[in-house]
Ligand binder design. Structure first.
Ligand SMILES: *Cc1c(COP(=O)(O)O)cnc(C)c1O
Length: 221
């Protein structure tokens, strides 16, 4: 068994424990294995062990390894968790099953255009910059609910949830609580929040998916 498979098992167990502790149903949290910087040889053992949900943060890097994996293994779900430029919207819609980083009208418009053109439906999350950090992608919290509505009414896109990456030097709890509140106000169900260091906290605050990289794969190469 590869180290990564063993670690993925440990993270899955910790998720199950956090679900139970929070009084949530077993299996209500999806583990997104973040495979950025890891090549197909490192990813394959996880797929063979039965894991099928993966996250990548760069379209171009994902294009280099996932088309072959997707044609070899049925039932994989690939999620884009990094910022999306509009010139990559076509490639992103073609490759990803979920895009978690919709954060402005321009990209919403491009995604809608590409989904129509390609006849593909990609599940969509809006990324919220809960810490209002200038260097970070995501829509500001006070604009988030109106943006979800615009995605639906103007761009014709169904948004299923919200995603956030709290400031790395802050207690993440208040950020997770804010995301949960905004999702309720926007009327969306899915909450993508929590990474290697804080996924158990995120589950306590209602995360429906956690994005875990280094705790699965070890330090990034
Ligand atoms: C890399 C990354 C993760 C995973 O981070 P770890 O700390 O390695 O678990 C989660 N979310 C996003 C958006 C990332 O870019």
């Amino acid at each position: 068994m590869s180290d990564a498979v063993a670690r993925l098992g440990e993270v899955s167990d910790a998720i199950a424990a956090a679900e139970a502790k929070a009084g949530r149903k077993a299996g209500s949290v999806t583990l997104v294995a973040v495979s950025k910087t890891h090549d197909a040889d490192a990813i394959r053992p996880l797929i063979l062990a039965g894991h099928h949900v993966f996250g990548e943060n760069r379209v171009q890097e994902a294009q280099g390894k996932w088309p072959a994996l997707k044609s070899r293994f049925a039932g994989l779900e690939l999620r884009l968790i990094g910022p999306l430029q509009s010139n990559k919207a076509a490639a992103a819609v073609a490759l990803f099953d979920v895009i978690e980083t919709v954060d402005r009208d321009k990209i919403a418009r491009e995604i809608a255009k590409e989904m129509n053109k390609q006849g593909r439906t990609t599940r969509l999350y809006v990324q919220v910059n809960t810490g209002i950090e200038p260097q970070k992608a995501g829509i500001e919290p006070r604009e988030a609910v109106a943006f979800v509505t615009r995605c639906r009414d103007i761009h014709g896109l169904e948004i299923v949830g919200l995603m956030c990456i709290p400031p790395f030097d802050e207690n993440p709890g208040p950020h997770f609580a804010l995301l949960e509140k905004l999702a309720r106000e926007a009327g969306v169900k899915e909450l993508s929040m929590g990474m290697s260091d804080d996924y158990e906290t995120a589950i306590a605050f209602g995360a429906t998916s956690v994005r875990v990289g280094s705790a699965n794969f070890g330090a990034r190469g």
